[in-house]
Design a protein. Structure first.
Length: 281
């Protein structure tokens, strides 16, 4: 669902899931409402859950849009870089017909009985994902960077078919070619999110709190999932269920997934709209 607009930074906005883009040539036009930012960051978290969800044999799903788009890029063998780890090195790969160059790494670190084989087969076993990569548009037209503020995102097996998902802080920064921050967003969980099911056809998440902070405006929104469910093996995002909560501005906020992959109904205060989450595919 990648769309290119005349403003160059839109290539990064859409690939890495910020918000909608303007047809203007001015990068400063790339702004989004609170509901847009909230929906896109929830979508990013849902794709992270999809990419990191364990299955019955303890295997960690390690596919992603970037891995598919960057030819030859994938996670290395377990323990090749360090014990109990698997590392994806983007190594300057290019996407979007060569328009965007990606460098840096994503590191998976395993703990528990499956650490030697990079799996999470037993209760209490876990895997932590730490992003440390950046993407830049050719011609110095803008950049994107993702980093972990602490230990990253962790998936822990709670039982044969349930997991908990925690995020100690992932920061995503979008910068224009002139060096100005277009967006600076941090997502974190303030209480664990529960995941039931091991595949896209039976996965449901409930409970916990996802906190989304707009570092440019200091607005903080806290939302929780209610029966957010994957029903289609072909979509990396849920196709039903709702995230609801409130922002530090006092406005209520909600994001409801629909049966159309990536399409959500959003509400911020009394304003509502339909939005496409670009990271869903």
């Amino acid at each position: 669902m990648l769309k290119l607009f005349s403003a160059p930074l839109c290539a990064l906005i859409l690939v890495f899931g910020l918000s909608s883009c303007s047809d203007s040539d001015d990068d400063t036009a790339l702004t989004g409402s609170s509901s847009d930012l909230m929906a896109q960051q929830i979508g990013e978290s849902m794709v992270s859950v999809d990419e990191s969800s364990g299955n019955n044999n303890g295997t960690f799903a390690r596919s992603s849009f970037l891995e598919a788009a960057c030819s030859g890029v994938s996670f290395g063998a377990c323990g090749a870089t360090a014990s109990a780890t698997a590392v994806k090195d983007f190594n300057g790969c290019t996407i979007v017909d060569g328009l965007v160059s990606v460098s840096g790494t994503i590191t998976l670190t395993y703990a528990g009985t499956g650490s030697g084989t990079c799996t999470i087969p037993a209760v209490g076993d876990s895997v932590t994902q730490v992003p440390a990569f950046a993407a830049s548009l050719m011609g110095n037209n803008g950049s994107f960077a993702a980093s972990a503020l602490s230990t990253g995102q962790t998936l822990t097996r709670a039982s044969s078919g349930t997991f908990t998902f925690t995020n100690t802080g992932i920061r995503r920064v979008y910068t224009s070619g002139s060096g100005n921050a277009i967006a600076d967003i941090t997502t974190a969980t303030t209480s664990d999110i529960t995941i039931s099911g091991t595949t896209r056809t039976n996965r449901v998440i409930n409970g916990g709190v996802l906190q989304v902070t707009n570092n440019l405006t200091n607005e903080v929104c806290n939302v929780s999932p209610n029966n957010v469910t994957w029903t289609s093996g072909a979509c990396s995002c849920p196709t039903s269920g709702t995230w609801t909560g409130a922002c530090s501005t006092g406005q209520p906020v909600s994001v409801a997934f629909t049966s159309t992959c990536g399409s959500v109904e959003t509400m911020y205060g009394t304003a509502s709209k339909t939005l496409t989450i670009e990271r869903c595919n």
